[in-house]
Design a protein around this ligand. Sequence first.
Ligand code: SF4
Length: 487
Amino acid sequence: MVSSLLSFDSSPALSRPLTLAPTSALTPAVSAEALVRHARSPAPRYTSYPPANRFTTALADLDLNRAIAEDNLVRPGSAPAPLSLYLHLPFCAQRCWYCGCHTIITRRTAAAETYLDDLARELTLLHRQLDPARPVTQLHLGGGTPTFFPPEQLLRLAELLHRHFHFAPDAEISVEIDPRHLKPGHVDALRALGARRASLGIQDTDLAVQTAIHRVQPQSLNRDAVDALRAAGFYSLNVDLIHGLPRQTTATFARTLEDVLALHPDRFSVFAYAHVPWIKPAQRILENQHGLPSADERLDMARLARERLTAAGLVDIGLDHFARPADELARALSDGTLHRNFQGYTTRGGASLYGLGISSISATPDVYYQNIKDLPAYRAALDAGQLPVDRGHRLTDEDKRRRRLIMDIMCRRRLDFAALDTALGLNVRETYATEIASYADLVSEGFVELDDASLRVTEAGLPLLRVIASRFDPALAGTASRHSAAA
Ligand code: SF4
């Protein structure tokens, strides 16, 4: 599922080289060797800047109550600022060996009921601090497996949320779906909640791969889930795939792509498998029992996915995401309104994110914070009447300036210096002269264009978005200078 990989966005796992797809649109000036070399550089996925692996446990520095109170005072166009809610529903009936999520494996559905009691308490604590006039414009249920919760408990969750918050009429409500655990009652309950977007975890349709990763999921289940969700009025379906899994080859992954294209989803997420057994020990089963595809094979699968999906008419949004041209995500990319938050690319900018449940992350304009990951400790904080916060980061003015630069590269693929001078109140070319000079190698290799007016990511540079953005990340300055020296 999406969150399984997003959880690694900001983890030390990113110090391990991850492969990215060479583009099919290589210009003669662009060498595949340079692309692969840069693609192997460590760089976060920048669902936030600074990324979550730089959060600290110095909670007093967060001054969380003040941060939430100040967030309430933000009034874009004099209206109360919107809210984006994320609920982490962590339970799964069995573990997929590749999983990187914060999950709790159990078959006891009673565990879900108790957890809903916890969420209700957390909602009440948070709600007390939020301006009740703030509309919810976005809600995402992630996991784990949200449909581990029986339909009646999802209905209880819907009632809880709608009792505490008022939802904007066009609120985007989305849910992660495991097609192996989706019953008609779930679809009805999710509809009652207002969900009209879903992300289906498929990963790979090949039986040998599915057996190796401990996630056997016949294509008929995927088809049934798509049909049921479409019939219920879900207008946007995303499919998650992963490349780099055991027993995968370019040939098997090509068949997976065809199987999934036949389902006609609106969006694809095609992630590189993040192998981090020092964090997720169950992943050792994959390397011990089956071995993993080589770096070259992984690169080839990523290239294949990009070529096949764009040939099928999907737009490369960046960072392993693809969308149909009519999809909001593709339209936001073309009209410059694409945003990025802890859940990845989004069309709903300007909303503060509040996460509920273990491990969830929140973001106000001044503070990022993450909930406790361990369920008993999370519950103990709620017992004490406290928001169950474990770590976080208060943004400095410099963080905010660098965040703007990094997010412009991630979402708009360019920096327009005059506009940024005005927005940031300084001369960007002078203030960040060292960082801008560090692009010399990427410019000469054809991944970036740079002149007095702007910095632009080329089509060939698209697979290197996070590496290009990371030149403005001082924590990776050594990496950036190594690149420069190599050019
Ligand atoms: S279904 Fe599998 S991949 Fe998804 S959260 Fe559960 S264990 Fe992880």
